[in-house]
Design a protein around this ligand. Structure first.
Ligand code: NDP
Length: 296
């Protein structure tokens, strides 16, 4: 029999996590503020804990998936004495600084801590393609790897506790920008009677898929430039980029569609030109973002 696990927080995601452990044949104890959310899991064999303390007492491995870090502290504080000798795996979305705070808090109560980020939605947990990012001591990850792999491919990014949240948020940020681009493309296409969202999306998906193929080469150049200061090969003329962007903006204006999603790109091109560059490269764009003062 595999080692038991406790799941605290049975929102859409927590329920999917608990269900995945149950499906893998693992004994599962669950707790949620709204107790009825556990009913279906209990029917499938989970044990309902009456309190977070009871959940902590039930298993050496405790997975927490709540609304945010503040909620996590609120839920766990009355049960903090029960953290001793336990491993808490936090799959609640949060910042790298929040992860460090949680690690210190759990450690202060004698518990071990891993931080994580779920790269899946509830319906895709434990299906091929789902993966979960982890950071924290390798030893702790290895001790629970088998259980964690039941949720999706378990990727340990490193011992720096903030790495999982950092990468989770980097991925979500890129996803958000992709959705912004999708919305803009659909707005543009549907500005004409003959255009449709489905029609432009049929073209957009293969286009973006082929463009995704460029990213590993761009990434290698960014790393090479960071390591050696070496100028990349995959450069384009800044004038060509400006001209293309100007055309997208003009077409948007003609169609009465906002150019707002395109403004950050224009700002970046202007900044590169202001540096006296006449070429665009991925490392130059990344450097601009890393050196610019963050917007507050
Ligand atoms: P839900 O809104 O479905 O669930 C929120 C959970 O937090 C519930 O268990 C809720 O309890 C609990 N909660 C909220 N406030 C309190 C409180 N004051 N005290 C006690 N419990 C509280 O969210 P999800 O399950 O979708 O998300 C949970 C985490 O998982 C988030 O960090 C999210 O970013 C992350 N995640 C979610 C994904 C998704 O697609 N859903 C994808 C990847 C990550 P109650 O049932 O009593 O309200």
């Amino acid at each position: 029999v595999s080692a038991p696990v406790a799941v605290i927080g049975l929102g859409a995601m927590g329920r999917a996590l608990a269900a995945a452990f149950l499906a893998a044949g693992r004994p599962v104890t669950v707790w949620n503020r709204t107790a009825a959310r556990a009913d279906e899991l209990v029917e499938r064999g989970a044990v309902r804990a009456a309190s977070p303390a009871e959940a902590l007492a039930a298993a050496p491995l405790v997975v927490v998936c709540l609304l945010d870090h503040a909620t996590m502290r609120e839920v766990l504080a009355p049960a903090a004495a029960g953290l001793r000798g336990r491993t808490l795996v936090n799959l609640t979305n949060g910042s790298p600084a929040g992860a460090a705070e949680m690690a210190a808090w759990v450690g202060g109560h004698g518990g071990e801590y891993l931080d994580g980020g779920i790269m899946a939605v509830p319906t895709t947990v434990a299906t091929p393609g789902a993966f979960v990012l982890y950071s924290g001591e390798r030893r702790i990850f290895d001790a629970h790897r088998e259980a964690l792999a039941e949720l999706g491919d378990a990727r340990h990014l490193g011992e720096d506790i903030g790495l999982a949240a950092l990468h989770d948020l980097a991925l979500l940020g890129a996803m958000n920008l992709m959705f912004d681009g999708f919305h803009h493309a659909v707005a543009l296409a549907t500005s004409r009677k003959e255009g449709s969202a489905v029609g432009v999306t049929e073209l957009l998906v293969p286009w973006l898929t082929s463009m995704l193929g460029l990213l590993p080469a761009f990434a290698a150049e960014v790393d090479a430039e960071l390591a050696t200061g070496e100028e990349p090969r995959l450069i384009q003329g800044l004038d060509v980029q400006f001209a293309a962007l100007a055309n997208i903006m003009a077409a948007s204006r003609e169609a009465g569609v906002s150019t707002a999603p395109l403004e950050p790109g224009l700002t970046a091109l202007r900044a590169l030109r202001a540096e006296g560059r006449d070429t665009w490269s991925a490392p130059a764009s990344v450097r601009l973002l890393r050196e610019a003062p963050p917007d507050r």
